[in-house]
Design a protein around this ligand. Structure first.
Ligand code: ZN
Length: 499
Protein backbone atom coordinates (compact mmCIF):
# COMPACT_ATOMS: atom_id res chain seq x y z
CA UNK A 1 0.00 0.00 0.00
CA UNK A 2 1.23 3.50 -0.82
CA UNK A 3 2.52 5.57 2.04
CA UNK A 4 0.49 8.59 3.11
CA UNK A 5 2.26 11.94 3.56
CA UNK A 6 0.22 14.66 5.24
CA UNK A 7 1.35 18.02 3.79
CA UNK A 8 0.01 21.26 5.25
CA UNK A 9 0.70 24.97 5.29
CA UNK A 10 -0.38 27.17 8.24
CA UNK A 11 1.61 30.35 8.02
CA UNK A 12 1.50 33.78 9.57
CA UNK A 13 4.13 36.27 10.70
CA UNK A 14 2.48 37.98 13.64
CA UNK A 15 3.41 41.57 14.48
CA UNK A 16 1.93 41.92 17.96
CA UNK A 17 2.11 45.73 17.62
CA UNK A 18 0.23 45.79 14.30
CA UNK A 19 -3.13 47.55 13.94
CA UNK A 20 -4.05 45.13 11.13
CA UNK A 21 -6.46 42.34 12.12
CA UNK A 22 -6.09 38.75 10.90
CA UNK A 23 -9.49 37.27 10.06
CA UNK A 24 -9.84 33.75 8.71
CA UNK A 25 -10.40 35.18 5.21
CA UNK A 26 -6.95 36.85 5.23
CA UNK A 27 -5.36 33.42 4.75
CA UNK A 28 -4.82 32.22 1.19
CA UNK A 29 -3.23 35.65 0.57
CA UNK A 30 -6.61 37.26 0.84
CA UNK A 31 -8.88 34.63 -0.73
CA UNK A 32 -9.32 32.34 2.30
CA UNK A 33 -7.54 29.03 3.02
CA UNK A 34 -7.42 26.26 0.44
CA UNK A 35 -8.27 22.66 1.17
CA UNK A 36 -7.50 19.25 -0.33
CA UNK A 37 -7.20 19.15 -4.10
CA UNK A 38 -7.59 22.94 -4.32
CA UNK A 39 -4.49 23.43 -2.17
CA UNK A 40 -2.49 21.08 -4.36
CA UNK A 41 -3.63 22.70 -7.58
CA UNK A 42 -2.90 26.23 -6.35
CA UNK A 43 0.59 25.55 -5.00
CA UNK A 44 2.03 22.74 -7.16
CA UNK A 45 4.98 24.08 -9.13
CA UNK A 46 5.34 27.27 -7.07
CA UNK A 47 8.42 28.48 -5.20
CA UNK A 48 7.12 27.31 -1.79
CA UNK A 49 8.00 24.54 0.69
CA UNK A 50 4.52 23.14 0.13
CA UNK A 51 5.31 22.56 -3.57
CA UNK A 52 8.60 20.87 -2.65
CA UNK A 53 6.74 18.55 -0.27
CA UNK A 54 4.31 17.59 -3.06
CA UNK A 55 7.22 16.75 -5.35
CA UNK A 56 8.93 14.68 -2.64
CA UNK A 57 5.73 12.70 -1.99
CA UNK A 58 5.43 11.99 -5.71
CA UNK A 59 9.09 10.97 -5.89
CA UNK A 60 8.66 8.60 -2.94
CA UNK A 61 5.53 7.06 -4.48
CA UNK A 62 3.49 8.32 -1.53
CA UNK A 63 -0.06 9.65 -1.53
CA UNK A 64 -0.06 13.41 -0.75
CA UNK A 65 -2.86 14.30 1.66
CA UNK A 66 -3.24 18.09 1.79
CA UNK A 67 -5.76 19.10 4.44
CA UNK A 68 -4.99 22.84 4.33
CA UNK A 69 -2.85 25.53 2.73
CA UNK A 70 -3.25 28.84 4.49
CA UNK A 71 -0.85 31.79 4.52
CA UNK A 72 -1.78 35.33 5.48
CA UNK A 73 0.41 38.35 4.95
CA UNK A 74 1.72 39.64 8.29
CA UNK A 75 -0.64 41.36 10.75
CA UNK A 76 -1.71 41.08 14.40
CA UNK A 77 -2.77 37.93 16.25
CA UNK A 78 -5.45 35.65 14.81
CA UNK A 79 -8.26 34.66 17.16
CA UNK A 80 -8.41 31.26 18.81
CA UNK A 81 -11.46 30.43 16.68
CA UNK A 82 -9.56 31.23 13.45
CA UNK A 83 -6.55 29.23 14.61
CA UNK A 84 -8.73 26.22 15.40
CA UNK A 85 -10.28 26.36 11.92
CA UNK A 86 -6.76 26.21 10.50
CA UNK A 87 -5.37 23.47 12.73
CA UNK A 88 -8.29 21.07 12.99
CA UNK A 89 -8.21 19.90 9.33
CA UNK A 90 -4.53 19.03 9.85
CA UNK A 91 -5.31 17.10 13.03
CA UNK A 92 -8.08 15.16 11.29
CA UNK A 93 -5.77 14.20 8.42
CA UNK A 94 -3.08 12.98 10.83
CA UNK A 95 -5.67 11.11 12.90
CA UNK A 96 -6.82 9.26 9.78
CA UNK A 97 -3.35 7.70 9.66
CA UNK A 98 -0.13 8.66 7.92
CA UNK A 99 3.53 7.77 7.55
CA UNK A 100 4.98 11.30 7.58
CA UNK A 101 3.92 14.88 8.22
CA UNK A 102 5.49 17.76 6.27
CA UNK A 103 4.65 21.23 7.49
CA UNK A 104 5.16 24.58 5.78
CA UNK A 105 5.06 26.92 8.81
CA UNK A 106 6.31 30.43 9.52
CA UNK A 107 7.91 30.36 12.96
CA UNK A 108 6.63 33.73 14.25
CA UNK A 109 2.91 33.06 14.53
CA UNK A 110 1.17 34.28 17.66
CA UNK A 111 -2.49 33.64 18.46
CA UNK A 112 -4.61 35.70 20.86
CA UNK A 113 -4.13 33.20 23.68
CA UNK A 114 -0.92 31.44 22.57
CA UNK A 115 2.51 33.03 22.16
CA UNK A 116 3.87 29.99 20.36
CA UNK A 117 1.44 28.91 17.64
CA UNK A 118 3.92 26.69 15.79
CA UNK A 119 4.89 24.97 19.06
CA UNK A 120 1.22 24.27 19.68
CA UNK A 121 0.61 22.95 16.14
CA UNK A 122 3.55 20.58 16.46
CA UNK A 123 2.66 19.43 19.99
CA UNK A 124 -0.89 18.66 18.86
CA UNK A 125 0.27 16.68 15.81
CA UNK A 126 2.82 14.87 17.97
CA UNK A 127 0.13 13.87 20.49
CA UNK A 128 -1.96 12.29 17.74
CA UNK A 129 0.97 10.55 16.06
CA UNK A 130 3.78 10.03 18.59
CA UNK A 131 5.96 7.92 16.29
CA UNK A 132 5.41 9.62 12.93
CA UNK A 133 8.33 11.73 11.66
CA UNK A 134 7.55 15.42 11.18
CA UNK A 135 9.54 17.72 8.89
CA UNK A 136 9.12 21.48 9.21
CA UNK A 137 10.17 24.29 6.87
CA UNK A 138 10.43 27.67 8.61
CA UNK A 139 10.74 31.29 7.52
CA UNK A 140 13.99 33.20 8.16
CA UNK A 141 11.99 35.36 10.60
CA UNK A 142 11.43 32.61 13.13
CA UNK A 143 11.47 32.98 16.88
CA UNK A 144 12.34 29.37 17.58
CA UNK A 145 10.66 27.85 20.64
CA UNK A 146 11.50 24.79 22.73
CA UNK A 147 8.12 23.21 21.87
CA UNK A 148 8.84 23.47 18.14
CA UNK A 149 12.21 21.79 18.48
CA UNK A 150 10.93 19.13 20.88
CA UNK A 151 8.14 17.98 18.57
CA UNK A 152 9.75 18.20 15.11
CA UNK A 153 11.95 15.45 13.65
CA UNK A 154 13.61 17.72 11.08
CA UNK A 155 13.74 21.53 10.91
CA UNK A 156 15.14 23.61 8.08
CA UNK A 157 14.68 27.32 7.45
CA UNK A 158 15.25 29.78 4.63
CA UNK A 159 18.79 31.02 4.11
CA UNK A 160 17.86 34.05 2.03
CA UNK A 161 16.23 37.42 2.61
CA UNK A 162 14.38 38.19 0.30
CA UNK A 163 13.19 34.62 0.67
CA UNK A 164 13.91 33.16 -2.74
CA UNK A 165 14.83 29.67 -1.46
CA UNK A 166 11.43 28.59 -0.18
CA UNK A 167 11.19 25.55 -2.46
CA UNK A 168 14.80 24.59 -1.77
CA UNK A 169 14.18 24.77 1.98
CA UNK A 170 11.13 22.52 1.75
CA UNK A 171 13.16 20.14 -0.34
CA UNK A 172 15.98 20.06 2.22
CA UNK A 173 13.68 19.39 5.20
CA UNK A 174 11.55 16.87 3.31
CA UNK A 175 14.45 14.96 1.80
CA UNK A 176 15.97 14.29 5.22
CA UNK A 177 12.62 12.95 6.36
CA UNK A 178 12.26 10.70 3.30
CA UNK A 179 15.77 9.37 3.87
CA UNK A 180 14.90 8.73 7.52
CA UNK A 181 11.82 6.75 6.45
CA UNK A 182 14.06 4.61 4.26
CA UNK A 183 16.39 4.01 7.20
CA UNK A 184 19.29 5.85 5.56
CA UNK A 185 19.72 8.51 8.26
CA UNK A 186 18.75 9.00 11.88
CA UNK A 187 18.18 12.77 12.33
CA UNK A 188 19.37 14.40 15.54
CA UNK A 189 18.94 18.11 16.32
CA UNK A 190 21.02 20.70 18.16
CA UNK A 191 19.79 24.21 18.72
CA UNK A 192 20.50 27.34 20.69
CA UNK A 193 18.95 30.73 21.38
CA UNK A 194 20.52 34.11 22.11
CA UNK A 195 19.14 37.12 24.06
CA UNK A 196 19.60 39.12 20.88
CA UNK A 197 17.04 40.75 18.59
CA UNK A 198 18.74 41.66 15.31
CA UNK A 199 17.13 44.51 13.39
CA UNK A 200 15.26 43.27 10.34
CA UNK A 201 17.02 46.08 8.44
CA UNK A 202 20.39 44.58 9.31
CA UNK A 203 19.95 40.83 9.33
CA UNK A 204 19.80 39.92 5.63
CA UNK A 205 22.80 37.81 4.54
CA UNK A 206 24.04 40.77 2.46
CA UNK A 207 23.96 43.30 5.30
CA UNK A 208 25.58 42.10 8.50
CA UNK A 209 26.99 39.03 10.25
CA UNK A 210 24.26 36.70 8.89
CA UNK A 211 26.06 36.18 5.59
CA UNK A 212 29.18 34.77 7.27
CA UNK A 213 27.09 32.56 9.55
CA UNK A 214 25.08 31.18 6.64
CA UNK A 215 28.28 30.56 4.66
CA UNK A 216 29.50 28.40 7.55
CA UNK A 217 26.18 26.52 7.52
CA UNK A 218 26.28 25.95 3.77
CA UNK A 219 29.85 24.64 3.90
CA UNK A 220 28.96 22.12 6.62
CA UNK A 221 25.96 20.95 4.58
CA UNK A 222 27.97 20.66 1.39
CA UNK A 223 30.75 18.70 3.09
CA UNK A 224 28.18 16.32 4.59
CA UNK A 225 29.08 17.05 8.23
CA UNK A 226 25.45 17.94 8.89
CA UNK A 227 22.16 17.48 7.04
CA UNK A 228 20.65 20.95 7.54
CA UNK A 229 21.98 24.03 9.32
CA UNK A 230 19.79 27.10 9.78
CA UNK A 231 20.26 30.57 11.22
CA UNK A 232 16.99 32.13 12.40
CA UNK A 233 17.64 35.82 13.10
CA UNK A 234 14.24 36.36 14.74
CA UNK A 235 11.19 38.50 14.11
CA UNK A 236 11.61 41.54 16.32
CA UNK A 237 7.98 42.65 16.12
CA UNK A 238 6.46 39.61 17.81
CA UNK A 239 6.47 40.15 21.56
CA UNK A 240 6.94 36.63 22.96
CA UNK A 241 9.18 34.96 25.55
CA UNK A 242 11.05 33.10 22.81
CA UNK A 243 11.67 36.09 20.51
CA UNK A 244 15.36 36.14 19.68
CA UNK A 245 18.09 34.93 17.37
CA UNK A 246 18.60 31.17 17.18
CA UNK A 247 20.31 28.44 15.21
CA UNK A 248 19.16 24.87 14.60
CA UNK A 249 21.25 22.09 13.09
CA UNK A 250 20.13 18.61 12.02
CA UNK A 251 22.71 15.87 11.56
CA UNK A 252 22.82 12.09 11.22
CA UNK A 253 23.16 10.48 14.66
CA UNK A 254 24.83 7.41 13.16
CA UNK A 255 27.78 9.34 11.79
CA UNK A 256 28.79 11.25 14.88
CA UNK A 257 26.09 13.74 14.08
CA UNK A 258 25.22 14.92 17.54
CA UNK A 259 28.66 16.34 18.23
CA UNK A 260 28.88 17.87 14.75
CA UNK A 261 25.47 19.50 15.13
CA UNK A 262 26.28 20.92 18.54
CA UNK A 263 29.66 22.22 17.44
CA UNK A 264 28.28 23.96 14.33
CA UNK A 265 25.31 25.42 16.19
CA UNK A 266 27.60 26.93 18.82
CA UNK A 267 29.95 28.32 16.15
CA UNK A 268 27.05 29.97 14.29
CA UNK A 269 25.67 31.60 17.42
CA UNK A 270 29.11 32.75 18.53
CA UNK A 271 29.50 34.84 15.39
CA UNK A 272 26.05 36.38 15.90
CA UNK A 273 26.82 37.29 19.49
CA UNK A 274 30.37 38.52 18.91
CA UNK A 275 29.15 40.81 16.12
CA UNK A 276 25.83 41.78 17.74
CA UNK A 277 26.42 45.50 17.33
CA UNK A 278 26.40 45.07 13.55
CA UNK A 279 22.77 43.96 13.87
CA UNK A 280 21.70 47.41 15.13
CA UNK A 281 20.14 49.72 12.53
CA UNK A 282 21.01 53.42 12.66
CA UNK A 283 18.59 55.50 10.57
CA UNK A 284 19.11 59.02 9.22
CA UNK A 285 16.51 61.80 9.19
CA UNK A 286 13.79 61.45 6.54
CA UNK A 287 14.30 64.83 4.88
CA UNK A 288 18.01 64.12 4.39
CA UNK A 289 17.23 60.76 2.75
CA UNK A 290 14.74 62.28 0.32
CA UNK A 291 17.23 65.03 -0.57
CA UNK A 292 19.89 62.40 -1.21
CA UNK A 293 17.48 60.45 -3.45
CA UNK A 294 16.70 63.64 -5.38
CA UNK A 295 20.39 64.26 -6.01
CA UNK A 296 20.96 60.73 -7.31
CA UNK A 297 17.73 60.56 -9.34
CA UNK A 298 18.27 63.82 -11.10
CA UNK A 299 21.76 62.79 -12.10
CA UNK A 300 20.90 59.34 -13.40
CA UNK A 301 17.83 59.23 -15.64
CA UNK A 302 16.83 55.88 -17.13
CA UNK A 303 17.08 53.73 -14.02
CA UNK A 304 14.87 54.34 -10.99
CA UNK A 305 16.07 55.28 -7.54
CA UNK A 306 14.23 53.24 -4.90
CA UNK A 307 12.83 55.05 -1.86
CA UNK A 308 12.18 52.43 0.79
CA UNK A 309 9.40 53.29 3.27
CA UNK A 310 10.52 50.60 5.69
CA UNK A 311 8.74 51.68 8.89
CA UNK A 312 5.33 50.92 7.35
CA UNK A 313 6.05 47.63 5.64
CA UNK A 314 2.86 45.61 5.44
CA UNK A 315 5.06 42.59 4.78
CA UNK A 316 5.85 42.77 8.50
CA UNK A 317 2.48 43.96 9.81
CA UNK A 318 2.52 47.63 8.77
CA UNK A 319 -0.75 49.50 8.20
CA UNK A 320 0.48 50.39 4.71
CA UNK A 321 -1.33 53.71 4.86
CA UNK A 322 1.20 55.87 6.75
CA UNK A 323 1.78 58.88 4.50
CA UNK A 324 4.94 60.39 6.06
CA UNK A 325 7.33 59.36 3.29
CA UNK A 326 4.87 60.16 0.47
CA UNK A 327 4.37 63.60 2.02
CA UNK A 328 8.11 64.24 2.18
CA UNK A 329 8.55 63.12 -1.44
CA UNK A 330 5.82 65.46 -2.67
CA UNK A 331 7.05 68.31 -0.45
CA UNK A 332 10.57 68.09 -1.83
CA UNK A 333 9.17 68.09 -5.36
CA UNK A 334 10.56 64.80 -6.66
CA UNK A 335 9.29 64.23 -10.20
CA UNK A 336 8.25 61.09 -12.06
CA UNK A 337 7.63 58.95 -8.98
CA UNK A 338 5.66 55.69 -8.88
CA UNK A 339 4.44 54.70 -5.42
CA UNK A 340 3.13 51.30 -4.30
CA UNK A 341 1.00 50.43 -2.59
CA UNK A 342 -1.11 52.59 -0.27
CA UNK A 343 -3.91 50.60 1.33
CA UNK A 344 -7.06 52.67 1.51
CA UNK A 345 -10.35 50.90 0.67
CA UNK A 346 -12.31 54.16 1.04
CA UNK A 347 -10.09 55.97 -1.45
CA UNK A 348 -10.41 53.06 -3.89
CA UNK A 349 -14.21 53.25 -3.56
CA UNK A 350 -14.11 56.99 -4.30
CA UNK A 351 -11.95 56.45 -7.39
CA UNK A 352 -14.11 53.57 -8.65
CA UNK A 353 -17.20 55.74 -8.20
CA UNK A 354 -15.56 58.68 -10.00
CA UNK A 355 -14.33 56.44 -12.84
CA UNK A 356 -11.21 56.40 -15.01
CA UNK A 357 -10.29 59.87 -16.23
CA UNK A 358 -12.08 61.71 -13.42
CA UNK A 359 -10.30 64.30 -11.31
CA UNK A 360 -10.55 63.70 -7.56
CA UNK A 361 -9.21 65.17 -4.33
CA UNK A 362 -8.68 62.51 -1.69
CA UNK A 363 -7.78 62.41 1.98
CA UNK A 364 -5.43 59.56 1.12
CA UNK A 365 -4.19 56.97 3.63
CA UNK A 366 -3.75 57.70 7.31
CA UNK A 367 -6.95 55.87 8.27
CA UNK A 368 -5.27 53.53 10.73
CA UNK A 369 -4.37 54.42 14.30
CA UNK A 370 -1.42 52.55 15.80
CA UNK A 371 -2.13 52.58 19.53
CA UNK A 372 0.66 50.07 20.29
CA UNK A 373 3.23 52.73 19.39
CA UNK A 374 1.14 55.80 20.28
CA UNK A 375 0.68 56.99 16.70
CA UNK A 376 -2.54 58.37 15.17
CA UNK A 377 -3.42 57.91 11.51
CA UNK A 378 -2.96 61.12 9.49
CA UNK A 379 -4.34 61.30 5.92
CA UNK A 380 -2.67 63.37 3.21
CA UNK A 381 -4.78 65.50 0.87
CA UNK A 382 -3.85 64.60 -2.72
CA UNK A 383 -5.48 65.71 -5.97
CA UNK A 384 -5.13 63.87 -9.23
CA UNK A 385 -6.77 61.93 -12.02
CA UNK A 386 -8.01 58.34 -11.77
CA UNK A 387 -5.69 56.58 -14.22
CA UNK A 388 -6.52 52.87 -13.84
CA UNK A 389 -8.98 50.64 -12.00
CA UNK A 390 -8.51 46.86 -11.67
CA UNK A 391 -9.71 43.82 -9.69
CA UNK A 392 -6.24 43.47 -8.13
CA UNK A 393 -5.75 39.79 -9.02
CA UNK A 394 -2.01 39.27 -9.54
CA UNK A 395 0.41 36.36 -10.06
CA UNK A 396 4.06 36.70 -9.04
CA UNK A 397 6.53 36.25 -11.89
CA UNK A 398 9.69 37.33 -10.06
CA UNK A 399 12.03 35.17 -7.99
CA UNK A 400 9.92 35.29 -4.80
CA UNK A 401 6.71 33.25 -4.43
CA UNK A 402 7.06 32.50 -8.14
CA UNK A 403 3.72 31.37 -9.56
CA UNK A 404 1.69 32.20 -6.42
CA UNK A 405 -1.51 34.25 -6.73
CA UNK A 406 -2.30 37.23 -4.52
CA UNK A 407 -5.39 39.35 -4.14
CA UNK A 408 -5.00 43.11 -3.74
CA UNK A 409 -8.75 43.67 -3.74
CA UNK A 410 -10.14 46.41 -5.97
CA UNK A 411 -7.28 48.72 -6.82
CA UNK A 412 -6.74 52.04 -8.59
CA UNK A 413 -3.97 54.39 -9.63
CA UNK A 414 -4.15 58.07 -8.75
CA UNK A 415 -2.02 60.16 -11.11
CA UNK A 416 -0.86 63.54 -9.81
CA UNK A 417 1.39 66.00 -11.64
CA UNK A 418 4.49 64.28 -10.28
CA UNK A 419 3.46 60.84 -9.02
CA UNK A 420 1.47 57.74 -9.85
CA UNK A 421 0.11 56.21 -6.67
CA UNK A 422 -1.14 52.61 -6.55
CA UNK A 423 -3.98 52.35 -4.02
CA UNK A 424 -5.36 48.95 -2.94
CA UNK A 425 -8.08 47.53 -0.73
CA UNK A 426 -5.83 44.87 0.79
CA UNK A 427 -2.34 44.75 2.26
CA UNK A 428 0.53 43.72 0.06
CA UNK A 429 4.32 44.13 0.24
CA UNK A 430 5.80 45.16 -3.12
CA UNK A 431 8.50 42.56 -3.84
CA UNK A 432 7.55 41.92 -7.46
CA UNK A 433 7.34 44.45 -10.34
CA UNK A 434 3.85 43.07 -11.02
CA UNK A 435 2.67 45.58 -8.41
CA UNK A 436 3.26 48.28 -11.07
CA UNK A 437 2.97 46.37 -14.33
CA UNK A 438 -0.48 45.04 -13.38
CA UNK A 439 -1.57 48.70 -13.59
CA UNK A 440 0.25 49.48 -16.83
CA UNK A 441 3.06 51.34 -15.07
CA UNK A 442 6.52 50.34 -16.30
CA UNK A 443 8.79 50.66 -13.24
CA UNK A 444 12.02 50.82 -15.23
CA UNK A 445 10.73 53.92 -17.05
CA UNK A 446 10.24 55.90 -13.79
CA UNK A 447 12.82 58.12 -12.19
CA UNK A 448 11.83 57.17 -8.63
CA UNK A 449 9.95 54.23 -7.11
CA UNK A 450 8.64 54.46 -3.56
CA UNK A 451 8.02 51.04 -2.05
CA UNK A 452 6.35 50.11 1.22
CA UNK A 453 8.89 47.40 1.93
CA UNK A 454 11.95 46.70 4.01
CA UNK A 455 14.12 44.05 2.35
CA UNK A 456 11.85 41.91 0.17
CA UNK A 457 11.73 44.63 -2.50
CA UNK A 458 15.23 43.50 -3.41
CA UNK A 459 13.81 40.30 -4.97
CA UNK A 460 12.13 42.09 -7.84
CA UNK A 461 13.41 45.66 -7.75
CA UNK A 462 17.12 45.65 -6.85
CA UNK A 463 18.08 44.46 -10.37
CA UNK A 464 16.24 47.45 -11.91
CA UNK A 465 17.52 50.14 -9.59
CA UNK A 466 20.21 52.78 -9.92
CA UNK A 467 20.34 53.23 -6.15
CA UNK A 468 18.44 52.48 -2.95
CA UNK A 469 17.64 55.07 -0.28
CA UNK A 470 16.14 53.86 2.99
CA UNK A 471 13.57 56.36 4.30
CA UNK A 472 12.81 56.56 8.01
CA UNK A 473 9.07 57.22 8.11
CA UNK A 474 6.69 56.05 10.83
CA UNK A 475 4.82 52.87 11.67
CA UNK A 476 4.77 49.54 13.42
CA UNK A 477 7.76 48.16 11.53
CA UNK A 478 10.07 50.88 12.78
CA UNK A 479 13.60 49.49 13.03
CA UNK A 480 14.12 51.45 16.25
CA UNK A 481 13.04 48.80 18.77
CA UNK A 482 12.78 51.36 21.57
CA UNK A 483 9.39 52.52 20.17
CA UNK A 484 7.76 49.23 21.20
CA UNK A 485 6.47 48.50 24.68
CA UNK A 486 7.49 44.86 25.02
CA UNK A 487 5.73 42.93 27.78
CA UNK A 488 6.76 39.33 27.18
CA UNK A 489 10.26 39.58 25.75
CA UNK A 490 12.95 37.94 27.90
CA UNK A 491 15.10 40.64 29.53
CA UNK A 492 17.84 41.63 29.49
CA UNK A 493 18.12 41.41 25.72
CA UNK A 494 20.41 43.03 23.15
CA UNK A 495 20.23 45.79 21.96
CA UNK A 496 17.38 47.06 24.19
CA UNK A 497 19.30 46.51 27.40
CA UNK A 498 22.79 46.99 26.01
CA UNK A 499 25.07 48.77 28.42
ZN1 ZN B 1 10.35 36.33 6.50
Amino acid sequence: MARRFVIAQIKHETNTFSPVPTPYEAFGHGAGPLYGEHAQRALAGTNTPFAAFLDLAAGAGAEAVTPIAAESWPSNRASRATFERLVQPLEEAVRAGCDAVLLDLHGAMVVEDADDAEGEILARVRRIAPAVPIAVALDYHTNLSPATVANATVIAGYKTYPHVDMYETGRRAGEILVRALRGEVDPVTAWGWLPLVPSVMRHAPEDGPSGDIIALARTAEREGRVLAATLLPAFAHADTPHTGCSAVVVADARRGGRAAAEELCAAMLKIAWDRRDEYVYRPRPLAASIAQAARIGNGRPGRPVLLIDHCDNCGSGGAQDVMAVVEAILEQGLEDVAIAPIRDPGAVARMVEAGVGANVTLALGGKTDMPAIGLRGRPLTVSGRVRTITDGEIVFGGPMYTGVKSHLGRSAVLATARAQIVVTERHHEPFDPVIFRHFGIEPTARRFLMLKSRIHYRAGFAPLAAAVVECQGEGVTNADLSVYRYAKLQRPIHPLDAA
